[in-house]
Design a protein around this ligand. Structure first.
Ligand code: AMP
Length: 481
């Protein structure tokens, strides 16, 4: 079979450059099917797991098709959780980086007013959770009149969370002349109904990667008494000595408990659960992605969709009580054709959950004996060395794209009637700078942030020290990212 190539799709150079810098060498299977279909304006229904490259599958054609000059949002992506909203926003932003696309993430439990201000500015793509999106539509702060592309991501999860009616409410505010993409890991009946109602002869794409992904993950289990779990966890982590590991518990109390024990044992670790502040959850996920600590103790909030490369080991400290959750949890390892490992603790009276899982995945999970004392002792030295060395910090995915971009802060904003056009006018009068070198401009109350592309940041920064903008010399500094 001839391998396809991103050059086959007639994407703009700006997009190809970003795709290349993100190290996407060739399209994944889902991308091979989705990208050309969406570029042709077809509705599409995709059954595929996260980790298959599905975000880029819709993000690439959307970034290609949106019109930069249009100020109102042209694409709307609905996702079930705030974490996912932020992640998908970043993925789209990275792909659209050199086309200078503005992408907003709109989700609940975050100040409405800031989002309102963001939506007032030029925005090409909006990614959001259904409830907050409806709030903005109803209050007139999100104009959907130009939305031409609608993505319903993780549709089955939205269904589980009871968002189906809200999705319908959103859809009814949109123009019928739009491309609709729906992505889901499973296709329950309600989703079929939704598709029949709101999609036009969708192309159906099914990527059966679930099994191959599951096959790549080496799965084992231990029988253990509840009160002995901590000891087993400690023994196993010593023997396995993973570079990175998620430990899943069924409740936030249990997460707190296990976390406290690990901290006492001097593990580099953090925790995440739904009872934590949004800000803290995001920080923890980002730090884990970058490898600031090796162990994350988590409830299922970290099981879905979240894209972290290279997790060596998943431990189900508590066996999940529904089968899908098992698949999602262990799917955090073994992503994008890598091999992974998953270990599940099962207590005496949890046989039913185990049976359900084994039936669902169609195979038995290997029962292991607890590690012998000698094995634990002989592994200890190496384990201690690893927890005492700081992990290597990874760059964020978008970091290579940002290297040739400098963000400048200008000490003037809305209060002094600064507009993006004033900034563009001044910058374009600098010799060697054109509109194509100017990235996202964000005018807020007393400040303006502007990104300078193509390694021209230093030049612009120097020139602006002696140049007036809107008749006055402004204080210009390099902004922190
Ligand atoms: P997703 O299924 O959208 O969660 O994507 C899983 C991961 O695959 C993300 O880290 C993407 O950045 C990465 N990815 C997406 N498309 C490609 C590609 N064509 N080649 C390599 N990595 C990719």
């Amino acid at each position: 079979m001839i391998e396809s190539n991103f050059n086959d799709y007639q994407l703009s150079n700006e997009l190809l450059k970003a795709i290349n810098m993100l190290n996407f060498e060739s399209p994944t299977r889902v991308q091979e099917q989705v990208i050309p279909a969406v570029l042709e304006g077809k509705d599409i229904l995709v059954k595929s797991q996260t980790g298959s490259g599905k975000t880029a599958a819709f993000a690439i054609p959307i970034c290609q098709l949106v019109d930069w000059d249009e100020n109102k949002p042209q694409a709307l992506v609905l996702v079930p959780t705030r974490e996912l909203a932020i992640q998908v926003k970043e993925d789209i932003f990275n792909i659209g980086r050199f086309k200078r696309l503005k992408v907003a993430a709109i989700y609940g439990k975050s100040p409405f007013y800031n989002q309102e201000k963001e939506l007032k500015q030029k925005t090409h793509v909006v990614v959001g959770t259904p409830g907050r999106i409806i709030d903005h539509i109803e209050r007139g702060t999100f104009d959907t009149s130009k939305i031409e592309y609608l993505v319903i991501d993780e549709a089955d999860e939205m269904l589980n969370m009871g968002f189906i009616e809200q999705i319908e409410t959103v859809i009814t505010t949109l123009s019928k002349k739009r491309v609709t993409m729906l992505l889901s890991a499973t296709m329950p009946k309600d989703i079929e109904v939704l598709c029949n109602k709101y999609m036009k002869e969708p192309i159906r794409v099914e990527i059966e990667e679930q099994n191959s992904a599951l096959d790549r993950i080496f799965q084992e289990r231990y029988t253990v008494e509840q009160e002995d779990k901590i000891k087993l966890l400690s023994d196993i982590t010593i023997v396995e000595n993973p570079d990175s590991c998620i430990i899943f518990c069924n409740t936030k109390q249990k997460v707190d408990e296990v976390y406290d024990v690990l901290v006492n044992l001097k593990y580099t670790c953090a925790k995440i659960h739904g009872g934590m502040e949004q800000r803290d959850r995001l920080r923890v996920m980002n730090d884990f992605k970058q490898g600031y600590f090796r162990y994350l103790v988590a409830t299922d909030v970290a099981a879905r969709g979240i894209d972290i490369d290279n997790i060596s080991l998943v431990i189900n400290y508590d066996i999940p009580q529904d089968v899908e959750s098992y698949v999602h949890r262990i799917g955090r390892t073994g992503r994008l054709s890598r091999e992974g490992r998953a270990i599940t603790f099962v207590t005496q009276n949890e046989g039913k959950f185990l049976n359900d899982i084994q039936q669902y995945i169609g195979k038995e999970i290997l029962l292991k004996e607890r590690p012998e004392k000698e094995t634990i002792n002989s592994s200890k030295q190496e384990f201690i060395e690893k927890i005492n060395t700081t992990p290597e910090i990874k760059e964020t995915k978008g970091a290579p794209l940002s290297k040739e971009i400098m963000k400048l802060h200008i000490n003037a904003g809305k209060k002094t009637k600064m507009r993006p056009v004033d900034i563009v006018g001044t910058l374009c009068s600098i010799e060697g700078v054109t509109a194509a070198d100017i990235g996202i401009i964000n005018v807020i109350d007393v400040s303006t942030f502007v990104e300078i592309l193509n390694n021209k940041g230093e030049l612009v920064f120097q020139e602006l020290q002696n140049m007036t903008i809107k008749g006055r010399l402004r204080k210009v500094s390099k902004a922190e990212r």
